[in-house]
Design a protein around this ligand. Sequence first.
Ligand code: DGJ
Length: 681
Amino acid sequence: MSFWRLDTPAQTMVLGSDGGMACCHYWGAPLPRDTDLAALVAAGAGGLTGGMLDALPPLSLIPEARRSFPGQPGLVAFDDTGASLEPDWQFAGTDEGEALTLRHTAPGLRLDITLRALAHGLLGLRAQLSSDRPLRLHHLALALPVPDHLDDLTEFAGRWTREFQPVTTRLDHGTRLRDARTGRSGHEHPPHLILSTQGATHTRGEAVALHYGWSGGHRMLVETLPEGRRQIQLGHASGSERDAATEFATAEIWLARGDQGLNSVAIPFQRAIRDALPAARQPRPVHYNGWEAIYFRHDPAELAEIAGRAAALGAERFVLDDGWFGRRDDDTSSLGDWTIDPRKHPKGFAPLIAKVHALGMRFGLWFEPEMVNEDSDLFRAHPEWLLGPADQIRGRNQLHLDMARADVRNYLFDRIDAILGAWDIDYVKWDHNRLTPWPDAAQTRGVYALMDRLRAAHPSVEWESCASGGGRIDAGILTRCARVWLSDSNDALERLRIQHEAAAFLPACATGSHVGPRECHTSGRILPMALRVWTAAQRHMGFEMDPRELTEAEAATLSRVTAWWRANRDWMMAGDIWRLDRPAGDLAEMQLAADGARFVIFAARIATSAPMQPPRLRLTALDPDAPYLLRMLEHPPGHPASATALSRGDLILSGAVLMAQGVALPPAFPQTIAVIEGERL
Ligand code: DGJ
């Protein structure tokens, strides 16, 4: 039996092989350097009882049906005769350098599994399968044992305008499977999972988190095996490799572990994603996006007026959304015809860009490259570029192009390259509003290839990932796009919750958040400006309303908070989001600078609280011995007698007091927010 270990400051993983496929024998808290791995593994092996095989089938890194594994196998594939592949994997050695690669062979096959230590205490795990004859793959998934004491599985569900809904289930018996079959990481299945001790909170409990860095949909299986072991598998969505091939690979799975609550797995992910993002303009500019102001109505005089008002409020980048190309007067036509509509922009973008630049803003533009409308010159010329059957159900009146075709990608490259080459554009919002008709990994590879080619040709352009809001958010797209459009909901109450939950892995700098119209277009709610603008100020800030609708008081609040964001964004966008434990109806988070010297707390009251006085706000991640100055910047309205010491004036308290007892917040009205700045003295 051979053993290997990989360590990060947060976790140890021990792998072993008895001559067959390697298994993960231990995944948990860091172990001392001198741990006897053979003794560790021997001590952990369970005994047999009646009704079992004479030995426990191994839970190998890709569980093998051939070895009587009683659960779901990690590889389901077929050869050209249709025979099921059940390889007799033999361990064939390691490559050890920056990463540990475990090599395996079987007749005509090779399987490499690579584990590496990443920054911020993460581990990365991936697999690559090669064959000397074409195979048909159903799925290829890596498996890890779920540590025995982690009984809660938290997944994220979601939908358009209500992304990132955590769903926690207690692992019991049987199988939990999700297979994201919509061709993108998906509103309904962002590829991020947490296994934790029962009832873990943001600040208490032990957890591991797994993230599958792929934008084409993943397959997750969590299964309790008959004798009680549990496995978690991750791979591409099943059936998404549609063609016979000789090479297959999983995406890299990032693994985090911590025992200081869910924050201790969220923050390593926020940092790792931030490191992986492509370079972006610094400081991060305040966006103005015109979508919810004008939709498809592009009138040069109106756009110029809106741009002027947006700049006066503090915007620094003007993004022209859908409606500028073809004859796109609504969502029934023109996708694919990426030339400027001369009816709307008779002199091209020259006058608008000149105006935007004169106002001190940069200019950004919307595309939806992977899509086509039947009512388009592109579709009329190339109906064969469509992905899927001609009679498929339309989505927003549109169809998906076959991004696996080089001619499709070349056409899109030429059109987008021509626009980016002709005009001074430093930002592209890349949208994706129709699902693929079936799961298809070649589409994801195609879109990555097109994005990579465009990024290489236009290195100063930044890209934003949007898919009807947050439908394509994962570590794969986030190595190409420095920002995601988290949701089409600009309703501050919804947005607060969505962005709070998404901080399970998304850093503030990558998360777009805009102040929408007074009457929210996706919920009909009317919320106070203070709540709306402080919600946007928690992430990469922007506006998306018609600024002409603002009252003087609303404009003053918007400008004041935007100025505050611009003064603080450098450290906030480089800092961590620590979520605080609050009762139902409240949401609070603390954004802490990388050097720990300052922080800001956003404490929102969404609904009335059950008790008269909300529980004290306990902070986290501070130096217990250091004194901190706290100052309330935004006072939430409430009863005339609601003031607490913090709302009456500055407080100086030690980190120990702030973390052990906390501070009393005023019992505020619902739909309000308190903002508190903190500074280490
Ligand atoms: C869907 C996006 O999520 C919106 O922000 C907007 O860009 C529209 N598409 C434009 O059609």
